[in-house]
Design a protein around this ligand. Structure first.
Ligand code: UDP
Ligand code: MG
Length: 336
């Protein structure tokens, strides 16, 4: 097998505190693997600046100037982790044989990157990084995250347990991925739909070494909700079921009420009336809201808007430059 070009895609949103350290650690690993002939020296770290409001982009540009591996992609505005990652994967996929995605805070153990590459050499197209345990996470984060995976699986969304967006994808897998055009992006779910030859690598998850989590509870909940409603109609079916159940119950209660009435001891029935009005009202509102959620998704999909806008693409610029340079040298070589 030829030696592959690797690009490590790192989405960054307000990550000025971690970029220097991340660059140091990742480039050590890259140099090491180049030495061992596992990847070529054209391998890169691609930072995707997701519309940060701090000095993130300035730092990326600075690192790009001094560091042979570092390159960057600046998105025009903040589009969120998933879409930022997708932007990076699309750009990197054109010039790389394999791409690894990892968060900027290096909570995922980078020493297994080498294992990813070894698996790639063995012919795997997708390698998932899977967390062994979550001891370093707070109890709250651990419980919510674990609940999340369980719930997703119950709802019929096929996600790899304890796998975040730390994975290797081959060029071929990325080409398949680019055929999924949906706006409501839940990469973990989509990648497991691709198929191809897949394996898992296990690691321990660490604490964020600087900065704070960009996924507060509110974002996590909406992420989970999006994940479910993008992949499964189980919630709607559940509502139909509840509707059917309450129809059955109210039929029984209705018959009971009629019998009582004809037997002549109808009471004022205030309590039962109030309870059922509020109960059904709540149920109906919730159901309409949930169906609205799906309609909203359809609305977003039909507009077919671009998922991200690129402001600056240092990576492709460099690739073009080096290609033009190589061709120029070739022509000159021929003439001379
Ligand atoms: N991120 C991003 N855009 C956003 C939010 C987050 O690109 O709108 C990036 C962030 O910079 C980090 C990754 O997504 O590299 C994961 O975020 P974080 O580490 O804060 O999430 P957690 O690990 O706490 O779930
Ligand atoms: Mg993190």
């Amino acid at each position: 097998m030829n030696i592959p070009v690797l690009t490590i895609v790192v989405p960054c949103y307000n990550e000025e505190e971690v970029l220097h350290e991340t660059t140091k650690q990742l480039s050590e690993i890259i140099s090491q693997m180049i030495k061992e002939n596992l990847i070529t020296d054209k391998s890169k770290i691609l930072y995707v600046d997701d519309g940060s409001r701090d000095k993130t982009w300035a730092i990326i540009e600075e690192l790009n100037g001094v560091h042979p591996f570092v390159t960057g992609l600046k998105l025009a505005h903040n589009v969120g982790h998933q879409k930022a990652l997708l932007a990076g994967l699309e750009v990197a996929g054109k010039n790389s044989d394999c791409v690894i995605s990892i968060d900027a805070d290096l909570q995922d153990d980078i020493s297994v990157i080498k294992e990813f590459i070894l698996k790639f050499h063995e012919g795997y197209e997708i390698v998932y990084g899977v967390r062994k345990s979550r001891e370093t996470d707070t109890f709250f984060k651990r419980a919510t995250a674990q609940g999340f995976y369980r719930f997703m699986q119950k709802m019929g969304v096929n996600v790899v347990y304890n796998h975040a967006d730390y994975r290797l994808m081959s060029k071929r897998a990325l080409e398949e991925l680019s055929r999924y055009k949906e706006q409501n992006l839940f990469l973990r779910g989509i990648v497991s739909l691709i198929g191809l030859k897949t394996t898992e690598v296990y690691y321990d998850r660490k604490e964020r070494f600087a900065g704070e989590s960009k996924y507060p509870l509110k974002k996590m909940l909406s992420f989970a909700f999006d994940g479910i409603t993008s992949f499964s109609v189980a919630p709607i079916r559940f509502i139909t079921f509840i509707g059917f159940l309450s129809f059955l119950i109210s039929s029984c209660v209705g018959i009971y009420a009629l019998v009582i009435k004809f037997m002549g001891h109808a009471n004022t029935g205030w309590t039962s009336l109030m309870v059922s009005i509020w109960f059904l009202g709540g149920l109906l509102l919730m159901s309409v809201g949930l169906i609205g959620e799906y309609i909203g998704k359809i609305y977003e999909e039909t507009k077919g808007r671009p998922r991200f806008a690129i402001e600056t693409d240092l990576y492709t610029d460099e690739m073009v430059k080096s290609e033009v340079g190589a061709r120029f040298n070739m022509i000159r070589g021929k003439k001379g």
